[in-house]
Design a protein around this ligand. Structure first.
Ligand code: SR1
Ligand code: MG
Length: 421
């Protein structure tokens, strides 16, 4: 057998195999016989272990050569771990303190040893429980502005960005998952799709909706061809860990050079889905306050992103795009403002398109969200999902005509209250 050939870890084999890794021993203690190991991966793709020693705890994340959610009938390359490692490294530089620290990376074993975040929990879980996190909007708005601006030709040296673009261009299979599962499968009867009983008529209507099918494919066209910046690529509420005072972004294995608006759209879509799911979690009391909180989070996230992006435009625009030599240096600051308005406007409209598609795929496709899945009452779940599907359709098809989050707040509230059909 090839030396260091990939072998999936187990709770039993992990101490013996990772005991010799100095970076781990230094952090948690060298006697691997004393390590306590738990496998806690509940995502769709990978193994995740918590390894606790005498001195501390680390996370070991290992890719499997297939999609965990489906099984070995769907092979998936181990190299996604390489892209995750490189994306985490860049995010740590561009948005310091927002991602877990990396202690060790083993490319052949497709494993990353990283900081154990405690007492953080997954943001999606917190929102399902009705917890109002005071910092997520600002932290994630800043995270997106910093990573998306600083990974683009607005900021980077063209030669460095092109080299990075080439490196991430090989993340083909993970992009293919998004291209199929997010942008195409929800809009026809793809074999792995599923939806809640009770939604049949609406699903049929959406799959026959010509405007929707064209606009969804226009969004896919953008996703596949608009290599603007290094995106996280899977920035949903399951990729964020939180406490009341801290927000960390995890799991960037889907990273590639794509459209700026993709991460923003995916994140806001997950807040909108949380909003529409709240009625299904009202068994222990009204979630009216939680709904208002979520709309506030969406508003603050977008405004933080927009304002920070504008600040970076004015202070860090050193790349080859919208060269200051043409604008500020010629005392034409208004030209710079005009160009900024165009860039932000494009991100806004594209964000709405990506958000709508993400909402559809989580209800019609293979990979569903616990926000809805945890609603035991099927009729209630279908009603929440129907409102979200209609909202998603509206923002995809009308994205060029929607001007403000205030109008979307009213639309979301009306749909949630069953006042619009
Ligand atoms: C087969 S993978 C399904 C989904 O899980 C990941 O988190 C991504 O969102 C992907 O689309
Ligand atoms: Mg993930």
């Amino acid at each position: 057998m090839k030396e260091n050939a990939f072998e999936a870890l187990t709770v039993e084999t992990l101490p013996g195999r990772l005991g010799p890794v100095a970076a781990i021993a230094e952090r948690i203690g060298a006697d691997s016989n004393l390590w306590k190991v738990r496998e806690v991966g509940d995502g769709n793709l990978n193994l995740v272990f918590i390894v606790e020693g005498e001195k501390g705890t680390v996370i070991v994340k290992q890719a499997l050569p297939y999609v965990r959610l489906v099984g070995d009938s769907w092979p998936l390359p181990l190299k996604r771990s390489f892209f995750e490692y490189h994306a985490l490294s860049r995010q740590a530089e561009r948005a310091p303190g927002t991602v877990p620290a990396i202690h060790h990376f083993d490319e052949a074993q497709a494993l990353i040893v990283m900081e154990f975040l405690s007492p953080h929990i997954i943001l999606r879980r917190a929102l399902i429980e009705g917890r109002r996190l005071p910092k997520i909007a600002r932290d994630l708005g800043l995270f997106m502005a910093h990573t998306l601006f600083r990974g683009s030709d607005l900021s980077m040296k063209a030669s460095e960005r092109k080299a990075d673009l080439a490196l991430f261009a090989d993340n083909v299979e993970l992009c293919d998952i998004t291209e199929s599962l997010v942008f195409t499968d929800p809009y026809f009867e793809a074999p792995m799709n599923r939806h809640t009983p009770g939604l049949e008529a609406l699903v049929k209507e959406l799959r026959a909706d010509r405007d929707l099918k064209v606009e969804a494919q226009r969004m896919k066209h953008q996703f596949a061809t608009r290599a603007e910046t290094l995106v996280h690529g899977d920035l949903h509420s399951g990729s964020v860990m939180v406490t009341d005072t801290e927000t960390r972004v995890i799991d960037p294995e889907f990273a590639f050079y794509g459209p700026m608006a993709f991460d923003v759209g995916m994140l806001l879509a997950n807040y909108w889905m949380s909003f529409f799911s709240q009625r299904g979690h009202e068994t222990a009391g009204s979630r009216e306050g939680m709904r208002a909180y979520l709309l506030g989070v969406i508003d603050e996230t977008w405004n933080t992103f927009r304002n920070e992006f504008a600040r970076l435009w004015h202070t860090e625009r050193k790349g080859m795009l919208y060269d200051a030599a043409l604008y500020e240096a010629r005392n034409d600051g208004l030209a710079s403002e005009q160009a900024l308005n165009h860039v932000i406007h494009d991100i806004w409209t594209d964000m709405l398109g990506f958000a709508g598609v993400e909402m559809h795929r989580r209800i019609l496709g293979l990979a569903h969200n616990a926000d809805f899945e945890d609603i035991a009452d099927e009729a209630q779940r279908a009603s929440c999902e129907a409102a979200a599907l209609k909202f998603g359709r509206h923002i995809i098809v009308n994205r060029n005509k929607i001007q403000s989050l205030a109008e979307l707040d009213m639309l979301a509230q009306a749909l949630d209250q069953g006042k619009l059909s």
